[in-house]
Design a protein around this ligand. Sequence first.
Ligand SMILES: N[C@@H](CCC(=O)N[C@@H](CS)C(=O)NCC(=O)O)C(=O)O
Length: 123
Amino acid sequence: MLLKLTREGLGRLIVFGDWVSRPRPVKRSARAQESVNEAAAALSLYQFHACPFCVKVRRNIHKLNIPIELRDAQGDTPFRQELEAQGGRVKVPCLRIEEEGEVRWLYESDDINVYLHQRFSGI
Ligand SMILES: N[C@@H](CCC(=O)N[C@@H](CS)C(=O)NCC(=O)O)C(=O)O
């Protein structure tokens, strides 16, 4: 119980720290941003609000200015069940990627950030 509270408190502190120190999002031409927005429609991030690994990925998403849908998988939610049933396990963050009719579930915050950088930082 105490451990859970400490973890939750620390998570919230990290969320606050992120909020006060967020980097500015990149600016693109309207056309480039539109193409990013279109690509982002095929992505969604399964996450917990106060998870430090999720904060790391959300920070990157914010900086790269990608409108990715965030899906809260904490508690007994449909998104949690979806993550477990289709992704294979409840671990966040996890990026759901739809590609040519196929769905891929990418776990690990570092791998997600590398993927997003490779795909969006040059646009
Ligand atoms: N190495 C992973 C660590 C992710 C991790 O430990 N996530 C925790 C939340 S902070 C989790 O999903 N735990 C499973 C659970 O709480 O059910 C990463 O960098 O993404």
